[in-house]
Design a protein around this ligand. Structure first.
Ligand code: COA
Length: 372
């Protein structure tokens, strides 16, 4: 079945104190309907990606909150998979279309994280880690463990971590929706305040508010972007239960499934939005998805092989690092952003990679123009 992205919208990401959770939802619904140029009555079902509205905003009933923006109250559900909620919602919506039950559905991802302070936000985010085995850890410290392991095993350097950050902040300069449109040097990243050794403030994705939405349809459409394939991988919640800390196995499995369903080769993918919640996460993703062999991505990123003109462009939006990471919105934004670039003719085929926790859930969505 052909599933097309017939509308996409991304709001500005950042500290949006002047907008409530409901304001963000309204903006996302209106923006995506305007882009799709369809009447709201054509939306048959709604999938809402949100990690923690109950904790950030004391609002857990997100499906109903989005449905009530429509006069015909389409059936709506919230999809939650930590920071992978957005990718999961796109996958769930695609499955609903493939079942034939619906022909046109809305996927909306939203998170409003800045109504609480950084300590509270870190504690809320950490509920996606293993409460039994990692209690007290925050995500910067869990990814710091992965970074230390990668540095010891493969010789990954401080400068190479920083080169991820420098590249993604440079990419974000051309993205008007990005939270940080500001360049940094390797030195500035190296000297930013330490959060969890070796990760520094500028290695981390920020705490953000934001909304993104796509409308998917199995009806014939002149829009260019199609969901060619998707895949989902799972792993243990706790890092201590993993056999190998050099790889997020869920990402590898998700990519292999997505490639097989899309009937394409990895080399067909020209660009990818990958889940760089921390600089080390982009290095891991670039290897785990197969773009570079294990232990070689850091040098490849440092030498410019993942920016414009390189082998594969990683995080053209600026990634989570510079574009921002309103967790439930991120996976939907990746799909919306790549759809826009594909429609603009910048790429024929691209992949979105969205991770929950420290790799317990991963989703890959491959987008492009279908080849006959
Ligand atoms: N990247 C770039 N700049 C950042 C930034 C980031 N991630 N986070 C904050 N800043 C900037 C702010 O704009 C501010 O700049 P200013 O002084 O010019 O206004 C400055 O750095 C200090 O910001 P502040 O809000 O005080 O930072 P903080 O100490 O409250 O939070 C982190 C910084 C890194 C601890 C926080 O962003 C964080 O926890 N990030 C990780 C989020 C996470 O775990 N997500 C889930 C991933 S699985």
């Amino acid at each position: 079945m052909d599933i097309k992205v017939i509308g996409h919208y991304t709001g500005r990401f950042g500290e949006l104190w002047e907008q409530s959770l409901t304001d963000l939802i309204k903006e996302g619904v209106q923006g995506v309907l305007a882009d799709a140029q369809i009447d709201q009555s054509e939306i048959e079902a709604i999938f809402v990606a949100n990690k923690a509205g109950g904790s950030f905003n004391e609002q857990r009933h997100l499906g109903a909150l989005v449905s009530e923006q429509f006069t015909h109250f389409p059936p709506a559900m919230r999809v939650e998979g930590a920071c992978a909620s957005g990718g999961l919602a796109v996958a769930a919506a695609s499955q609903a279309l493939m079942s034939g039950l619906y022909k046109t559905v809305l996927v909306l991802g939203v998170e409003k994280m800045t109504d609480v302070n950084t300590g509270e936000a870190s504690a809320i985010l950490a509920t996606a880690a293993s409460r039994e085995k990692e209690y007290g850890s925050t995500f910067p410290s869990l990814y710091a463990l992965l970074a230390n392991y990668h540095m010891v095993r493969y010789g990954t350097t401080r400068e190479q971590l920083s080169s991820v950050v420098v590249k993604n902040h440079r990419h974000a300069l051309t993205n008007p929706k990005a939270q940080f449109r500001k360049e940094f040097t390797i030195e500035q990243v190296n000297q930013s305040p330490l959060v969890a050794s070796p990760l520094r403030l500028l290695d981390c994705s920020p705490i953000s508010d934001g909304v993104a939405a796509v409308i998917l349809s199995s009806k014939p459409s002149s829009r260019r972007t199609q969901i060619l394939g998707f895949g989902q991988g799972q792993d243990t919640l706790a890092l201590m239960d993993r056999q190998d800390l050099s790889q997020l196995r869920a990402s590898t499995n998700a990519m292999q499934q997505a490639l097989s369903r899309a009937h394409i080769k990895l080399t067909d993918i020209q660009a990818a939005e990958v889940h760089d919640c921390f600089s080390i996460a982009e290095i891991l993703a670039t290897e785990d998805l197969g773009f570079f062999p294990k232990g070689e991505a850091a040098a490849a990123i440092e030498s410019g092989k993942t920016t414009i003109g390189g082998k594969v462009i990683i995080n053209p939006s600026g990634g989570l690092k510079a574009c921002g990471h309103p967790v439930g919105a991120t996976g939907v934004k990746q799909v919306a952003f790549l759809s826009k670039l594909i429609e603009a003719g910048q790429f024929d085929c691209a992949a979105a990679h969205n991770v929950g926790g420290s790799g317990a859930t991963a989703v890959v969505t491959i987008l492009g123009e279908k080849r006959s």
